[in-house]
Write a protein that binds this ligand. Structure first.
Ligand SMILES: [Zn+2]
Length: 416
Protein backbone atom coordinates (compact mmCIF):
# COMPACT_ATOMS: atom_id res chain seq x y z
CA UNK A 1 0.00 0.00 0.00
CA UNK A 2 1.24 3.49 -0.85
CA UNK A 3 2.42 5.51 2.15
CA UNK A 4 1.49 8.76 0.48
CA UNK A 5 -1.83 10.45 1.27
CA UNK A 6 -4.59 10.29 -1.35
CA UNK A 7 -6.04 13.49 -2.79
CA UNK A 8 -9.73 12.79 -3.57
CA UNK A 9 -11.37 15.46 -5.71
CA UNK A 10 -15.06 15.72 -6.65
CA UNK A 11 -17.68 18.13 -7.95
CA UNK A 12 -18.66 18.80 -4.34
CA UNK A 13 -17.71 17.87 -0.78
CA UNK A 14 -19.97 17.81 2.28
CA UNK A 15 -17.86 18.01 5.43
CA UNK A 16 -20.58 16.63 7.73
CA UNK A 17 -21.86 20.08 8.68
CA UNK A 18 -21.99 23.53 7.12
CA UNK A 19 -22.32 24.42 3.44
CA UNK A 20 -21.38 22.20 0.53
CA UNK A 21 -17.89 22.90 -0.85
CA UNK A 22 -18.09 23.13 -4.64
CA UNK A 23 -15.18 21.67 -6.60
CA UNK A 24 -13.85 20.21 -3.37
CA UNK A 25 -11.15 17.83 -2.25
CA UNK A 26 -10.31 15.62 0.72
CA UNK A 27 -6.83 14.43 1.64
CA UNK A 28 -6.69 11.17 3.52
CA UNK A 29 -3.69 9.21 4.81
CA UNK A 30 -3.18 5.46 4.15
CA UNK A 31 -4.83 4.60 7.50
CA UNK A 32 -7.99 6.44 6.53
CA UNK A 33 -7.36 9.49 8.73
CA UNK A 34 -8.42 12.85 7.31
CA UNK A 35 -5.45 15.14 6.66
CA UNK A 36 -7.32 18.12 5.26
CA UNK A 37 -10.45 19.04 3.30
CA UNK A 38 -11.63 22.12 1.41
CA UNK A 39 -11.71 23.50 -2.09
CA UNK A 40 -9.72 21.65 -4.68
CA UNK A 41 -7.59 24.70 -5.49
CA UNK A 42 -6.69 25.21 -1.79
CA UNK A 43 -5.90 21.54 -1.29
CA UNK A 44 -3.70 21.39 -4.40
CA UNK A 45 -1.86 24.54 -3.33
CA UNK A 46 -1.39 23.52 0.33
CA UNK A 47 -0.49 19.90 -0.42
CA UNK A 48 1.40 20.17 -3.69
CA UNK A 49 2.73 17.06 -5.34
CA UNK A 50 -0.12 14.66 -4.56
CA UNK A 51 -1.70 12.83 -7.44
CA UNK A 52 -5.35 13.89 -7.74
CA UNK A 53 -8.06 11.18 -8.00
CA UNK A 54 -10.97 12.77 -9.84
CA UNK A 55 -14.53 11.68 -9.05
CA UNK A 56 -17.86 12.86 -10.44
CA UNK A 57 -20.34 13.48 -7.64
CA UNK A 58 -20.36 14.35 -3.93
CA UNK A 59 -17.88 13.22 -1.27
CA UNK A 60 -19.18 13.02 2.30
CA UNK A 61 -18.51 11.18 5.56
CA UNK A 62 -19.76 7.58 5.88
CA UNK A 63 -23.41 7.31 6.94
CA UNK A 64 -24.64 6.91 10.50
CA UNK A 65 -27.85 4.91 11.02
CA UNK A 66 -28.49 6.01 14.59
CA UNK A 67 -31.40 3.70 15.37
CA UNK A 68 -32.05 0.27 13.98
CA UNK A 69 -32.82 -3.28 15.09
CA UNK A 70 -30.80 -5.45 12.72
CA UNK A 71 -31.81 -8.53 14.70
CA UNK A 72 -35.38 -8.12 13.36
CA UNK A 73 -34.28 -8.16 9.72
CA UNK A 74 -36.06 -11.44 8.94
CA UNK A 75 -39.40 -9.62 9.44
CA UNK A 76 -39.28 -7.51 6.26
CA UNK A 77 -42.69 -7.43 4.60
CA UNK A 78 -44.32 -9.55 7.32
CA UNK A 79 -46.03 -6.89 9.48
CA UNK A 80 -49.20 -4.81 8.97
CA UNK A 81 -48.82 -1.20 7.84
CA UNK A 82 -50.99 1.83 8.59
CA UNK A 83 -53.15 0.23 11.29
CA UNK A 84 -51.49 1.87 14.31
CA UNK A 85 -48.96 0.77 16.87
CA UNK A 86 -50.79 -2.02 18.74
CA UNK A 87 -51.86 -4.00 15.63
CA UNK A 88 -48.32 -3.56 14.28
CA UNK A 89 -46.86 -4.86 17.57
CA UNK A 90 -49.11 -7.92 17.52
CA UNK A 91 -48.18 -8.57 13.88
CA UNK A 92 -44.48 -8.10 14.59
CA UNK A 93 -44.50 -10.52 17.54
CA UNK A 94 -46.50 -13.13 15.60
CA UNK A 95 -44.08 -12.89 12.67
CA UNK A 96 -41.11 -13.12 15.03
CA UNK A 97 -42.64 -16.21 16.56
CA UNK A 98 -42.89 -17.80 13.11
CA UNK A 99 -39.16 -17.26 12.45
CA UNK A 100 -36.64 -19.86 13.48
CA UNK A 101 -32.93 -19.31 14.13
CA UNK A 102 -32.03 -19.93 10.49
CA UNK A 103 -34.51 -17.28 9.27
CA UNK A 104 -33.14 -14.87 11.85
CA UNK A 105 -29.55 -15.51 10.89
CA UNK A 106 -30.25 -15.10 7.14
CA UNK A 107 -32.16 -11.89 7.91
CA UNK A 108 -29.25 -10.49 9.92
CA UNK A 109 -26.73 -11.31 7.16
CA UNK A 110 -28.92 -9.63 4.55
CA UNK A 111 -29.55 -6.66 6.85
CA UNK A 112 -25.84 -6.11 7.45
CA UNK A 113 -25.14 -6.42 3.72
CA UNK A 114 -27.78 -3.75 3.09
CA UNK A 115 -26.26 -1.42 5.69
CA UNK A 116 -22.89 -1.72 3.96
CA UNK A 117 -24.37 -1.27 0.48
CA UNK A 118 -26.01 1.95 1.69
CA UNK A 119 -22.62 3.36 2.75
CA UNK A 120 -23.23 2.97 6.49
CA UNK A 121 -20.22 3.05 8.79
CA UNK A 122 -21.87 3.48 12.21
CA UNK A 123 -25.07 2.19 13.77
CA UNK A 124 -27.16 2.34 16.91
CA UNK A 125 -28.34 -1.26 17.25
CA UNK A 126 -31.19 -1.87 19.67
CA UNK A 127 -31.26 -5.52 20.63
CA UNK A 128 -32.95 -7.94 22.99
CA UNK A 129 -30.72 -10.91 22.18
CA UNK A 130 -27.39 -9.49 20.90
CA UNK A 131 -27.98 -11.81 17.91
CA UNK A 132 -26.67 -9.35 15.31
CA UNK A 133 -23.52 -8.36 17.21
CA UNK A 134 -21.11 -10.92 15.65
CA UNK A 135 -22.27 -9.99 12.12
CA UNK A 136 -22.02 -6.24 12.82
CA UNK A 137 -18.52 -6.75 14.19
CA UNK A 138 -17.40 -8.89 11.21
CA UNK A 139 -18.65 -6.14 8.88
CA UNK A 140 -16.45 -3.57 10.66
CA UNK A 141 -19.41 -1.43 11.69
CA UNK A 142 -18.92 0.77 14.74
CA UNK A 143 -21.44 2.39 17.08
CA UNK A 144 -23.62 1.49 20.04
CA UNK A 145 -25.24 -1.75 21.13
CA UNK A 146 -28.30 -0.74 23.14
CA UNK A 147 -29.24 -3.88 25.09
CA UNK A 148 -32.95 -3.44 25.54
CA UNK A 149 -35.05 -4.41 28.55
CA UNK A 150 -38.76 -4.17 29.19
CA UNK A 151 -41.09 -5.41 31.90
CA UNK A 152 -43.47 -3.90 34.41
CA UNK A 153 -42.66 -6.26 37.27
CA UNK A 154 -40.06 -4.32 39.30
CA UNK A 155 -37.98 -7.10 40.93
CA UNK A 156 -38.07 -9.35 37.84
CA UNK A 157 -37.07 -6.53 35.50
CA UNK A 158 -34.26 -5.35 37.76
CA UNK A 159 -32.99 -8.95 37.89
CA UNK A 160 -33.05 -9.00 34.09
CA UNK A 161 -30.95 -5.82 34.01
CA UNK A 162 -28.43 -7.40 36.37
CA UNK A 163 -28.08 -10.41 34.05
CA UNK A 164 -27.35 -8.31 30.97
CA UNK A 165 -23.67 -7.61 31.62
CA UNK A 166 -22.90 -11.35 31.70
CA UNK A 167 -24.48 -11.76 28.25
CA UNK A 168 -22.51 -8.79 26.94
CA UNK A 169 -19.30 -10.09 28.49
CA UNK A 170 -19.76 -13.47 26.82
CA UNK A 171 -19.51 -11.65 23.47
CA UNK A 172 -16.56 -9.50 24.57
CA UNK A 173 -18.71 -6.38 24.44
CA UNK A 174 -17.73 -4.91 27.81
CA UNK A 175 -14.27 -3.95 26.52
CA UNK A 176 -15.23 -3.27 22.91
CA UNK A 177 -14.43 0.32 21.93
CA UNK A 178 -15.90 -0.03 18.43
CA UNK A 179 -19.31 -1.37 19.48
CA UNK A 180 -20.09 0.28 22.80
CA UNK A 181 -22.54 -1.61 24.96
CA UNK A 182 -25.11 -0.14 27.34
CA UNK A 183 -28.40 -1.44 28.74
CA UNK A 184 -31.38 0.59 27.53
CA UNK A 185 -35.05 0.70 28.50
CA UNK A 186 -37.56 -0.11 25.76
CA UNK A 187 -39.99 2.70 26.68
CA UNK A 188 -41.19 4.45 29.81
CA UNK A 189 -44.57 2.73 29.72
CA UNK A 190 -43.22 -0.79 29.22
CA UNK A 191 -40.31 -0.67 31.66
CA UNK A 192 -40.42 -0.43 35.45
CA UNK A 193 -38.85 2.79 36.80
CA UNK A 194 -36.52 0.85 39.13
CA UNK A 195 -35.13 -1.05 36.16
CA UNK A 196 -34.76 2.22 34.22
CA UNK A 197 -32.79 3.71 37.12
CA UNK A 198 -30.54 0.62 37.28
CA UNK A 199 -29.87 0.81 33.53
CA UNK A 200 -29.11 4.53 33.63
CA UNK A 201 -26.59 3.92 36.43
CA UNK A 202 -24.79 1.20 34.48
CA UNK A 203 -24.70 3.26 31.27
CA UNK A 204 -23.31 6.30 33.12
CA UNK A 205 -20.67 4.25 34.93
CA UNK A 206 -19.54 2.96 31.55
CA UNK A 207 -19.60 6.45 30.01
CA UNK A 208 -21.87 5.04 27.31
CA UNK A 209 -24.86 6.49 25.53
CA UNK A 210 -28.24 4.98 26.49
CA UNK A 211 -31.25 4.81 24.15
CA UNK A 212 -34.97 5.11 24.79
CA UNK A 213 -38.03 5.02 22.50
CA UNK A 214 -39.89 8.17 23.57
CA UNK A 215 -43.18 9.81 22.55
CA UNK A 216 -43.56 7.48 19.59
CA UNK A 217 -47.38 7.40 19.40
CA UNK A 218 -50.50 8.72 21.20
CA UNK A 219 -51.21 5.41 23.00
CA UNK A 220 -47.92 5.86 24.86
CA UNK A 221 -49.01 9.25 26.24
CA UNK A 222 -52.39 7.79 27.12
CA UNK A 223 -50.79 4.94 29.04
CA UNK A 224 -48.40 7.16 30.96
CA UNK A 225 -50.93 9.83 31.86
CA UNK A 226 -53.80 7.62 32.95
CA UNK A 227 -52.76 3.97 32.99
CA UNK A 228 -55.46 3.23 30.41
CA UNK A 229 -55.83 2.90 26.66
CA UNK A 230 -54.81 0.40 23.99
CA UNK A 231 -51.19 0.02 25.12
CA UNK A 232 -52.17 -0.75 28.69
CA UNK A 233 -54.84 -3.20 27.50
CA UNK A 234 -52.18 -4.83 25.36
CA UNK A 235 -49.67 -5.02 28.22
CA UNK A 236 -52.25 -6.60 30.50
CA UNK A 237 -53.18 -9.13 27.84
CA UNK A 238 -49.67 -10.02 26.70
CA UNK A 239 -47.67 -9.83 29.92
CA UNK A 240 -50.37 -10.88 32.37
CA UNK A 241 -49.37 -7.87 34.47
CA UNK A 242 -52.49 -6.39 36.06
CA UNK A 243 -52.52 -2.66 35.38
CA UNK A 244 -52.86 -1.97 39.10
CA UNK A 245 -49.48 -3.62 39.66
CA UNK A 246 -47.66 -0.84 37.84
CA UNK A 247 -47.20 2.65 39.20
CA UNK A 248 -48.31 4.81 36.24
CA UNK A 249 -46.61 8.15 36.05
CA UNK A 250 -49.52 10.59 35.39
CA UNK A 251 -47.37 12.92 33.23
CA UNK A 252 -46.83 12.79 29.48
CA UNK A 253 -43.74 11.10 28.04
CA UNK A 254 -41.34 14.05 28.04
CA UNK A 255 -42.12 15.21 31.59
CA UNK A 256 -41.90 11.62 32.79
CA UNK A 257 -38.48 11.30 31.16
CA UNK A 258 -37.41 14.52 32.86
CA UNK A 259 -38.66 13.31 36.26
CA UNK A 260 -36.72 10.07 35.84
CA UNK A 261 -33.55 12.05 35.06
CA UNK A 262 -33.44 10.84 31.46
CA UNK A 263 -33.36 14.18 29.64
CA UNK A 264 -29.60 14.52 29.38
CA UNK A 265 -26.91 14.49 26.71
CA UNK A 266 -25.95 10.87 27.30
CA UNK A 267 -29.48 9.65 26.60
CA UNK A 268 -30.71 9.30 23.02
CA UNK A 269 -34.47 9.75 22.69
CA UNK A 270 -35.88 7.99 19.64
CA UNK A 271 -38.96 9.14 17.67
CA UNK A 272 -40.59 12.12 19.54
CA UNK A 273 -43.26 11.85 16.84
CA UNK A 274 -45.99 12.57 19.38
CA UNK A 275 -44.12 15.37 21.21
CA UNK A 276 -45.77 18.78 21.58
CA UNK A 277 -43.87 22.06 20.97
CA UNK A 278 -43.52 22.88 24.69
CA UNK A 279 -42.19 19.35 25.28
CA UNK A 280 -39.67 19.81 22.49
CA UNK A 281 -38.42 22.92 24.29
CA UNK A 282 -37.70 20.78 27.36
CA UNK A 283 -35.80 18.28 25.22
CA UNK A 284 -33.80 21.05 23.53
CA UNK A 285 -32.90 22.70 26.87
CA UNK A 286 -31.70 19.38 28.26
CA UNK A 287 -29.29 18.62 25.42
CA UNK A 288 -30.73 15.09 25.13
CA UNK A 289 -29.88 13.54 21.76
CA UNK A 290 -32.74 12.86 19.37
CA UNK A 291 -33.17 10.31 16.58
CA UNK A 292 -36.08 10.28 14.13
CA UNK A 293 -37.29 7.31 12.10
CA UNK A 294 -39.75 8.91 9.68
CA UNK A 295 -40.34 5.93 7.40
CA UNK A 296 -41.11 3.72 10.40
CA UNK A 297 -43.59 6.30 11.73
CA UNK A 298 -45.23 6.49 8.31
CA UNK A 299 -45.39 2.69 8.08
CA UNK A 300 -46.93 2.14 11.52
CA UNK A 301 -49.00 5.25 12.28
CA UNK A 302 -49.02 7.13 8.95
CA UNK A 303 -47.60 10.25 10.55
CA UNK A 304 -44.30 12.11 10.51
CA UNK A 305 -42.22 13.53 13.35
CA UNK A 306 -42.63 17.31 13.90
CA UNK A 307 -39.34 18.21 12.23
CA UNK A 308 -40.06 21.91 11.76
CA UNK A 309 -41.09 22.37 15.41
CA UNK A 310 -37.95 20.50 16.45
CA UNK A 311 -35.76 22.79 14.40
CA UNK A 312 -37.52 25.83 15.86
CA UNK A 313 -36.81 24.44 19.34
CA UNK A 314 -33.12 24.09 18.42
CA UNK A 315 -33.00 20.28 18.23
CA UNK A 316 -30.60 18.78 15.70
CA UNK A 317 -32.02 15.27 15.21
CA UNK A 318 -30.21 12.28 13.80
CA UNK A 319 -31.93 9.69 11.62
CA UNK A 320 -32.42 5.94 11.89
CA UNK A 321 -34.26 3.37 9.86
CA UNK A 322 -35.77 1.46 12.79
CA UNK A 323 -36.09 -2.22 11.83
CA UNK A 324 -37.15 -3.95 8.64
CA UNK A 325 -40.33 -4.87 10.54
CA UNK A 326 -41.46 -1.26 10.01
CA UNK A 327 -39.26 0.11 7.24
CA UNK A 328 -38.63 -1.14 3.70
CA UNK A 329 -34.82 -0.80 3.82
CA UNK A 330 -31.93 -0.12 6.19
CA UNK A 331 -30.77 2.81 4.03
CA UNK A 332 -30.63 5.83 6.33
CA UNK A 333 -30.17 8.26 3.44
CA UNK A 334 -33.64 7.18 2.27
CA UNK A 335 -34.95 8.61 5.57
CA UNK A 336 -33.36 11.95 4.66
CA UNK A 337 -34.90 11.67 1.19
CA UNK A 338 -38.39 11.21 2.63
CA UNK A 339 -37.91 14.29 4.84
CA UNK A 340 -36.62 16.21 1.81
CA UNK A 341 -39.83 15.39 -0.06
CA UNK A 342 -42.14 16.17 2.89
CA UNK A 343 -40.26 19.21 4.28
CA UNK A 344 -38.82 20.89 1.16
CA UNK A 345 -37.84 24.04 3.09
CA UNK A 346 -35.37 22.21 5.31
CA UNK A 347 -31.93 22.87 3.75
CA UNK A 348 -30.54 19.71 2.12
CA UNK A 349 -27.22 20.21 3.94
CA UNK A 350 -29.12 19.85 7.22
CA UNK A 351 -30.63 16.57 6.02
CA UNK A 352 -27.14 15.32 5.12
CA UNK A 353 -25.88 16.38 8.58
CA UNK A 354 -28.68 14.31 10.11
CA UNK A 355 -27.21 11.15 8.59
CA UNK A 356 -23.60 12.05 9.41
CA UNK A 357 -22.49 14.47 12.18
CA UNK A 358 -25.82 14.61 14.05
CA UNK A 359 -25.97 10.81 13.94
CA UNK A 360 -22.44 10.49 15.27
CA UNK A 361 -23.28 12.84 18.14
CA UNK A 362 -26.46 10.88 18.94
CA UNK A 363 -24.27 7.80 19.41
CA UNK A 364 -21.57 9.60 21.39
CA UNK A 365 -19.01 9.11 18.60
CA UNK A 366 -18.22 12.79 18.11
CA UNK A 367 -15.36 12.31 15.69
CA UNK A 368 -17.34 10.18 13.24
CA UNK A 369 -19.65 11.83 10.73
CA UNK A 370 -17.33 14.78 9.96
CA UNK A 371 -14.36 15.20 7.63
CA UNK A 372 -12.13 16.68 10.31
CA UNK A 373 -8.34 16.39 10.55
CA UNK A 374 -7.20 13.32 12.46
CA UNK A 375 -10.54 11.50 12.46
CA UNK A 376 -11.45 8.40 10.43
CA UNK A 377 -15.14 8.79 9.58
CA UNK A 378 -14.99 6.95 6.25
CA UNK A 379 -15.43 8.73 2.91
CA UNK A 380 -18.49 8.04 0.82
CA UNK A 381 -18.85 8.97 -2.85
CA UNK A 382 -22.38 9.64 -4.10
CA UNK A 383 -21.69 9.23 -7.78
CA UNK A 384 -22.97 11.50 -10.53
CA UNK A 385 -22.48 15.19 -11.18
CA UNK A 386 -25.61 17.26 -10.50
CA UNK A 387 -27.47 18.36 -13.64
CA UNK A 388 -27.65 22.09 -14.34
CA UNK A 389 -29.95 23.90 -11.92
CA UNK A 390 -29.78 21.27 -9.17
CA UNK A 391 -27.39 21.69 -6.25
CA UNK A 392 -25.10 18.85 -5.23
CA UNK A 393 -26.81 18.11 -1.89
CA UNK A 394 -30.29 17.79 -3.45
CA UNK A 395 -28.86 15.64 -6.22
CA UNK A 396 -27.16 13.35 -3.67
CA UNK A 397 -30.44 12.92 -1.79
CA UNK A 398 -32.15 11.82 -5.00
CA UNK A 399 -29.51 9.38 -6.21
CA UNK A 400 -30.28 5.65 -5.79
CA UNK A 401 -28.31 3.54 -3.35
CA UNK A 402 -26.46 1.88 -6.23
CA UNK A 403 -24.65 5.19 -6.86
CA UNK A 404 -22.89 5.12 -3.48
CA UNK A 405 -19.38 3.77 -2.91
CA UNK A 406 -17.36 3.87 0.28
CA UNK A 407 -13.94 4.98 -0.96
CA UNK A 408 -12.30 4.93 2.48
CA UNK A 409 -13.46 2.86 5.46
CA UNK A 410 -14.11 4.23 8.95
CA UNK A 411 -12.56 3.55 12.33
CA UNK A 412 -13.48 4.93 15.75
CA UNK A 413 -9.99 4.55 17.16
CA UNK A 414 -8.72 8.07 16.65
CA UNK A 415 -11.23 9.88 18.83
CA UNK A 416 -10.78 13.64 18.76
ZN1 LIG B 1 -36.94 1.13 17.49
Amino acid sequence: MSERPRLLCADAVFLGEGPIVSDGAVIVDPRGAIVDAGTRSDMCRLHAGLHAELHRGLLMPGLVNAHTHVELSSLRGRTPSGKGFVPWLDGMLAARNDCDEVDESIGISEGVAELLAAGTVAIGEVTNTLAAVPALRRAGLVGCVFHEVFGLDGPKTVARVEALAREAEALGLLDDRSLRWAPSPHTLHTTHPLAIEAMARIARDRGAQMSLHLAEHPAERWALQSGTGPMVDWLERRTQTPREAFRWHTDGPILTAKTLGLLRADVTAVHLTDAQPHELDLVAESGARVVLCPRSNLFIEMRLPPLLAMRRAGIEPALGTDSLASCPTLDVLAEAKVLHERFPDVPPEVLLAMVTSYGARALGFGSMGRLVKGTRPGILLVEGAPPAGLDAARHALRQPMSKRHLLVSASPNDEA
